[in-house]
Write a protein that binds this ligand. Structure first.
Ligand SMILES: [Zn+2]
Length: 128
């Protein structure tokens, strides 16, 4: 046992779309960020789908994962496309569980890399 069921994985991805503080999600919450364009490519709005699947920075990473796993993983542009593919791939459960972990780790790495582009400093008490 262990790993994520397809339903849990799908729900997790959908939750991710809502909670990841991409520029679009910050804008939806009324936080003025100047631009909602992707800070990496500056070509498309920064949604979670763009950040994790279709940004030029990450497409090559997905190709590398596919090559590493020797799978014919298509280039997807959204969470739903990814989940549809992985559900249809009918991978053995142990392989699927491991791939889920790899994908979540990749997404975490993408998120951390994206955040390193910004210099967050601790607020100074006097400024508050
Ligand atoms: Zn981008």
């Amino acid at each position: 046992m262990g790993g994520f069921s397809p339903m849990e994985f799908r729900l997790g991805f959908q939750l991710l779309q809502l909670v990841v503080l991409t520029r679009v999600n910050l804008d939806r919450r009324g936080i003025d960020i100047g631009s909602d364009l992707c800070p990496v490519c500056d070509r498309d709005v920064e949604t979670s789908n763009h950040l994790f699947f279709s940004c030029e920075m990450v497409v090559d990473l997905w190709v590398l994962v596919a090559r590493w796993w020797e799978l014919d993983i298509p280039v997807t542009s959204s969470v739903l496309e990814w989940v549809a593919w992985i559900d249809s791939a009918r991978l053995p459960s142990k392989v699927r569980n491991c791939l889920d972990v790899v994908v979540l780790t990749l997404m975490w790495s993408i998120w951390c890399s994206r955040n390193r582009m910004f210099s967050f400093t601790k607020p100074v008490k006097a400024v508050l």
